[in-house]
Design a protein around this ligand. Sequence first.
Ligand SMILES: [Zn+2]
Ligand SMILES: [Zn+2]
Length: 229
Amino acid sequence: MTGDEQDYASQAGGDPFGDMFRGMGGMGGMGGMGGMGGFGFDFQDFGDFFNMGQGSRSQPRSSKGADIHMDLEISFQEAVNGKKVEVKYDKKGVCITCNGKKAQPGTKPTKCNTCNGKGSVQHRQGPMVIEMACTKCKGAGTVIKNPCNTCRGKGTSFNKHREEVAIPKGVDNGQHVRVKSKGNEGENGGPSGDLLLKVTVKPDSYFRREGFDIHTNAYLNISQVTLMI
Ligand SMILES: [Zn+2]
Ligand SMILES: [Zn+2]
């Protein structure tokens, strides 16, 4: 939220009708509300008031990034002891070519000439002037003539990513290890999704797990067990 909007919201928050009634104050002596349309009352303020909630310079809606699902195969010993693994995957995030600006580097968005950079256009309906988000620039106030080649003007792309993940001790076959916020990044400031690793524990020739118990049919002395685990 920009400083301007904050000011506006805080003014309007306390007494949203204050300015409107002050604006109408002069009308009392002019015959009241009945002839309002005829007195050239400027509905511009009224229009802004309606737009306030939606934000006429549209704040793009933020959304949470998607979770990323991956399979991970580990040995029985790794499942018993826990393990740090490095996983590599493509993660959606801010485009590294244009840094999320959507325009090809070296070029700049230009002022939208439909709304003259305001992000909104006015429609007159009888005495009312209604302000609506500009459809050409979708309320941004700018248009991109040269979209970024990497992300085709979307501002986001799939970037190579590495993540070190600590697989906890005792993880069982088929369990998921969730790594918070390491999935695709959210859009317009929304939170990131998670990374989910579905663990497959490779069968072991000596040990097998049954619930919380580890079973073995092999005969081992204690030093051999220590070496293996
Ligand atoms: Zn880009
Ligand atoms: Zn526009």
